[in-house]
Design a protein around this ligand. Structure first.
Ligand code: APR
Length: 254
């Protein structure tokens, strides 16, 4: 896999890299993205119909079944070569590498990345919808084809347990957002991988990075809403591009 020359040049000289990831980063591990077709039972529904506080209040068992299905799926898949390349890039002679992700799975962590900022929460962080107490108790299992599951109840107040993810219309957690902005403002290279760039405020990070002086590179097989912000676009998938880039950046220059 040939790495585009300007991308390689930027990667070789970068001391602080941020890898900004979206659902496309997890696609080659077997987790469907949101805006490409969903599979099976859920293919008729858009994320906007399932991932909102209104959807939750309207039909908690239905929304919970969707999240439990994704949670179960994520636990059965593995990080791919792109996740591993990002995790192994930092090191004695390598740059500092931080991951800022919109993904609620833990594939970056399982690949070995230690610095992962989750802008949209995490699937594994269940909490009470009312008092916000963390929930580590048992979760109902969802068999294939099950589209309704009663939520467990909070041990402290009895309200329903919800997934610890950020829904449309909810504010991003302040700490991760501030950290993401600080990271991209401080970076000299930002790789924007596998995001459609339509969900704000996360979709504004490439522009913040560029305004602060970083080289911005998009890795995505198709054009997106943030392609115009990138200095360079690389029409390749994450599991192919990222290992090729890290390997080439490590080789001594000819
Ligand atoms: N490698 C790189 N990019 C890929 C790959 C791949 N193998 N496969 C798909 N893509 C790209 C698609 O071309 C698309 O641009 O990944 C992007 C996925 O877009 P979305 O499904 O919209 O995912 P994302 O941008 O992460 O969504 C943002 O929206 O639903 C909410 O909160 C949810 O965090 C999510 C947010």
């Amino acid at each position: 896999m040939a790495v585009p020359e300007p991308v390689l040049t930027a990667a070789r000289s970068a001391r602080r890299v941020v890898v900004l990831t979206g659902a496309g980063m997890s696609a080659e591990s077997g987790v469907p993205t949101f805006r490409d077709a969903q599979s099976g039972l859920w293919e008729r529904y858009s994320p906007e119909e399932l991932a909102t506080p209104q959807a939750w209040r309207r039909d908690r068992p239905f929304v919970l079944a969707w999240y439990l299905w994704r949670f179960g799926l994520v636990s059965t898949v593995e990080p791919h070569a792109g996740h591993r390349a990002v995790a192994g890039w930092a090191g004695a002679d390598g740059p500092e590498v931080a991951v800022v992700t919109q993904n609620v799975d833990d594939l970056h962590e399982r690949a070995g990345s230690s610095e992962v900022v989750h802008l949209h929460g995490a699937l594994a962080d269940w909490r009470c919808e009312d008092c916000a107490q963390r929930y580590d108790g048992p979760l109902p299992s969802v068999a294939e084809g099950v589209d309704r599951v009663e939520p467990p109840r909070c041990g402290a107040c009895g309200a329903a347990i919800r997934p610890g993810v950020v829904w449309f219309g909810e504010a991003l957690p302040l700490g991760p957002w501030s950290e993401a902005v600080a990271r991209v403002e401080d970076a000299d290279l930002v790789l924007v991988v596998g995001t459609s760039g339509i969900v704000h405020p996360a979709a504004g990070l490439p522009a913040i990075a560029r305004a602060a002086g970083a080289v911005v590179v998009e890795v995505n097989p198709v054009e997106t809403e943030v392609s115009d912000v990138a200095h360079h676009v690389w029409r390749e998938t994450a599991a192919v591009a990222l290992p090729a880039l890290v390997e080439a950046a490590r080789l001594p220059e000819r």
